[in-house]
Design a binder for this molecule. Structure first.
Ligand code: MN
Length: 243
């Protein structure tokens, strides 16, 4: 099995190396990741300038750093390595739960794999004080990959691993509102600056990704590329017949 590793935290993130080490139990591993952090870049691609890559040194893994986004890395990685089976993205330093799927660069790398007809799995873990204990997470990540990798029907999956998991759960994406708040401030010259923060503001619903991680369970959410709201589509066709 050919496993391409990407992330959005950048090529030198300890989470990337941990994921490559977990993946090495299952096949050939190659790393293609952004040369600098690209968190919250979502599914941006670099269309206005050329991309290039340079060799990087991440343990024993064949590794390349790209001057682009997570999605760029997957495109370039799949271009240079024929017959990639699956793209693993992460391990992100910070969860990717609920509405953050819309902003996540980690998830975008997995989605880019799915867009290319490959399989994509995103893996994230919360960050509290200091760096996550990736050695402690390793057996849990390996266990998740044991379940997900052999099943070709699992094309796009979002995994979030709490620090000390008590179990695993299949979940759906939490859709509860979040604040999306803009907080004003000033730079040292007194010029106005703004922080755009996105945090959940409503209690979680049981069975969702956020609920699982809050209950110390590994959350595994199968996703799809089709954003169509089928219910509203059917209702709209009924209500506003066109043509
Ligand atoms: Mn990140």
């Amino acid at each position: 099995m050919r496993i391409l590793i990407a992330n959005d935290d950048g090529i030198y993130s300890p989470g990337l190396c941990a994921l490559a080490e977990a993946a090495a139990n299952f096949g050939d591993v190659r790393i293609v990741a952004p040369d600098v952090e690209q968190s919250s870049m979502g599914h941006a691609i670099t269309a206005s300038r050329p991309l290039s890559y340079r060799r990087a040194h991440i343990k024993e893994f064949e590794s390349y750093k790209v001057n682009g986004t997570p999605a760029d890395c997957v495109a370039l990685g799949a271009y240079h390595w024929e017959r990639v089976d699956v793209v693993l993205s992460g391990i992100n330093l910070g969860t990717n739960l609920g509405n953050s799927a819309w902003h996540s660069g980690t998830l975008a790398a997995a989605k880019q794999a799915a867009l290319l007809g490959l399989r994509g799995i995103a893996v994230s873990t919360p960050v509290a004080q200091g760096e996550p204990d990736f050695d402690a997470l390793m057996p849990h990540v390996v266990r998740v990959l044991e379940i997900l990798l052999p099943d070709p029907d699992l094309k796009l999956v979002n995994v979030n691993v709490p620090p000390a998991p008590k179990g695993m759960q299949w979940t759906r994406q939490s859709l509860r509102q979040y604040d999306g708040k803009v907080v004003p401030g000033a730079d040292p010259m007194g010029r106005p600056v703004f922080w755009f923060t996105v945090t959940p503001i409503v209690e979680t619903e049981e069975g969702t990704d956020r609920w699982a991680v809050e209950h110390d369970l590994i959350s595994i959410t199968p996703l799809r590329l089709d954003l169509t709201d089928a219910k509203t589509l059917a209702a709209a066709q009924e209500k506003h017949p066109l043509g």
